[in-house]
Ligand binder design. Structure first.
Ligand code: GCW
Length: 674
């Protein structure tokens, strides 16, 4: 229809054109056993899905329900056996055919497991993917699957490009907006089970009773959807809101203050998830202010939360300008010596790469290096360095690339995903965080296609081994259409989109050459800023001879933080993958790459390729008009047009700038800047 503004995300429940019998059958003959807030949500969801997907088709009436949804215990009471249920996690689910009664069963140990199973079944129905003979038995591979909102109390969103914060603190706690339910429901539909409401650059006021009352209202709303609330804790809160003179983690008064604060929070929110902390980074207070370690700080908060079963997600994004060393190395140097020194309810939250959410980074060297301290992944869903809201970039291939990277920690086959799911080092806590791209825009995420990044994050947090291609296909079918041509065409566009952005922004391992502070658009010339590590010239190191950051042993030697297998592979010009070339090496402009052409020519051609890909996407999308409603079609078209123009801006700016050093002509086929 004309009016689709994308608010319904991947839960469109659009009418199925020629449904098969099973699709109609399950949606018209079902029974949900039991009563609870969560079961009411399940009942409403199926009725709603049914009214959308099959309303125009005659119901099929049976004497017994074709679909039964119930917890394992409730099913046994009905003599339905539950093969495979026992081995599920508490929030896992089973969808299987009961051969005796010819029914489809959705079962789980908990109501939340049933909710996840129901959503999965509805997704199968919408996409027309029948339930395999052997059924589906799934448990999440990661325990805590959380969104991080960098939302401020004044409703601005740090690095948010889709409007303002959806948390309306002024109206809370009395007004519970429908959007809070819609948010929780969308998250539950992809298995997300936690939300950190506030910015890691934290405001201590969130921990005062005035705000805790509001947080409680949100937590109460989210609970039936299986979503726990977490808050960011400002390290200096004991001074700012507690009236103490210090925030020293070894000071008894400070410790008592945090213990008391935790008590208080749990009175409002009995299942409060815990704290996320950014300390000693970019001006945030932390244990360094008192010459204490990150473990001293984290453990103080962990002790306060432990009696209530809360956890601390302590960020590893610690660096400062007084450490002259390559910023790449700082987190590793800070945390590696502390391995094993954290309490059991602490998990260290590590960004996927060592610098900062670049379009491409090698995995963070901490992964694999902390066998005795649980580490979790922090991905950035919001596109701080990938063109903000207007540039289409499907991020699942980027997430997947990192998750599949081999750390070699326990020899070959020690992929990052195995660190994250805890299997490599037998971590007792596992988690994955995604910095949210959600805001008050009608379609939640600015670009309609960036809904797919929220969706993909949920899927990969549930199963870090899932293929990004499969995620793209499923999202397209749920969000737009199951038409084979549409799905094939747009899957290809999505799957190539992040590489396209790398091509026109930071090819061959370049990084952090975005414009200063807002990070939108090119700025390789930015130098002499407040801090060396906040200037682009620091990262590309271009001069008349060549370009790139030497991180081998003749340079910063950040490479030494990786396993020897990787040091060997990445340390040599002959074997380093070209995608990481300038990340680890300073390379002469005239150096021939694998294709025999010079570095300069390769660089120029990559930029040109990115531009051509962005332009081609406009044509491809124009051919998709018949599959997409006008409103979403035109919105996407408008953004794709901006993207293509800005890809050329990136190419021109970077080639003009770097060309001053290389002094080499543009190779044939690369457009000269106008
Ligand atoms: O890259 C930086 C961002 C900051 C952000 C910081 C972080 C929340 O530019 O805006 O602060 O990362 O992750 O802490």
């Amino acid at each position: 229809g004309f009016s689709n503004d994308g608010y319904k995300l991947w839960l469109q429940y659009y009418s199925i054109q020629a449904p098969q019998e099973w699709q109609v059958n399950f949606l018209s003959n079902y029974e949900v056993i039991g009563n609870s807030a969560t079961l009411s949500i399940i009942k409403k969801e199926i009725a709603y899905a049914s009214s959308g997907m099959i309303s125009s088709h005659p119901e099929i009436k049976n004497s017994i329900p074709s679909l039964v949804i119930g917890k394992a215990g409730d099913l046994s009471a009905k003599n339905i056996s539950n093969p495979g249920i026992n081995s599920l996690a508490s929030d896992g689910f089973a969808i299987f055919h009961n051969l005796e009664s010819k029914q489809l069963i959705v079962s789980a140990k908990t109501d939340i497991g049933l909710l996840y199973g129901t959503f999965r079944l509805l997704q199968h129905i919408q996409t027309g993917t029948s339930i395999p003979k052997e059924g589906i038995f799934e448990s999440p591979k990661v325990q805590h699957r959380v969104l991080n909102h960098w939302d401020n109390l004044d409703r601005t969103v740090e690095r948010g490009y889709a409007g303002f914060s959806i948390w309306n603190w002024h109206r809370l706690p009395r007004h519970i907006d429908q959007q809070y339910h819609d948010y929780a429901r969308a998250n539950a539909s992809i298995g997300i089970n936690g939300t950190v409401l506030t910015n890691v650059n934290a405001n201590a006021l969130i921990l005062t009773p005035e705000y805790l009352e509001k947080v409680k209202a949100l937590a109460d709303t989210f609970r039936p959807y299986g979503i726990k609330v977490y808050l960011t804790a400002r390290f200096s809160a004991p001074i700012e809101i507690g009236g103490l003179q210090t925030a020293d983690p070894l000071n008894a008064e400070v410790q008592a203050w945090w213990n008391q604060k935790a008590e208080e929070i749990y009175q409002y929110i009995p299942d409060f998830g815990g704290f996320v902390v950014k300390a000693d980074s970019e001006g945030q207070p932390g244990p360094h202010n008192y010459k204490r370690t990150q473990a001293d700080g984290a453990n103080m908060m962990a002790r306060a939360l432990a009696p209530h079963e809360g956890i601390v997600m302590w960020r590893a994004f610690v660096y400062n300008e007084h450490t002259p060393d390559d910023r790449h190395k700082q987190a590793f140097n800070e945390f590696k010596p502390l391995d094993g020194k954290f309490l059991d309810n602490v998990i260290i939250q590590v960004k996927n790469g060592a610098i900062d959410f670049q379009p491409r980074e090698p995995f963070h060297p901490l992964f694999g290096a902390m066998p005795n301290t649980p580490l979790m992944m922090e991905f950035q869903i919001t596109q701080e360095y990938l063109g903000h809201d207007t540039h289409l970039a499907f991020l699942a291939p980027m997430f997947e690339e990192v998750l599949k990277d081999d750390t070699y920690a326990n020899g070959k086959g020690s992929e990052v995903a195995k660190v994250i799911d805890g299997s490599l080092h037998q971590y007792a806590i596992t988690a994955m965080a995604g910095v949210s791209n959600i805001g008050t825009d009608r379609n939640w995420t600015g670009h309609h296609f960036h809904q797919a990044n929220w969706f993909a994050f949920g899927r990969l947090a549930w199963n870090p081994y899932q293929a990004s291609q499969e995620i793209a296909e499923e999202w397209l079918k749920l969000t737009f259409s199951t038409d084979a041509t549409f799905v094939k065409t747009m899957t290809d566009v999505m799957m190539n989109s992040r590489e396209m952005v790398v091509n026109y922004m930071t090819p061959l391992g370049l990084h952090h050459i975005m414009a200063a502070s807002h990070h939108y658009g090119p700025g390789p010339w930015v130098s002499g800023g407040r801090r060396a590590d906040w200037t682009a010239t620091y990262y590309h190191q271009a001069n008349e001879k060549g370009i790139g950051f030497n991180r081998t042993y003749t340079g910063s030697n950040a490479l030494s933080q990786y396993a020897s297998e990787l040091q060997n592979q990445w340390g040599s010009l002959a074997t380093v993958p070209e995608k990481y070339l300038l990340w680890f090496h300073q390379v002469d402009w005239i150096q021939p790459l694998q294709n025999g052409e010079s570095l300069w020519n390769n660089l120029a051609k990559q930029y040109q390729k990115g531009v051509e890909e962005a332009r081609a996407n406009i044509v491809t999308w124009e051919n998709m008009r018949e599959y997409v409603d006008d409103k979403r079609f035109n919105h996407v078209l408008s953004f794709l047009t901006i993207q293509a123009e800005e890809a050329a801006w990136w190419r021109d700016a970077c080639l003009l700038y770097f060309g001053q050093f290389s002094k080499m002509p543009l190779p044939a086929g690369v457009e000269s800047p106008k």
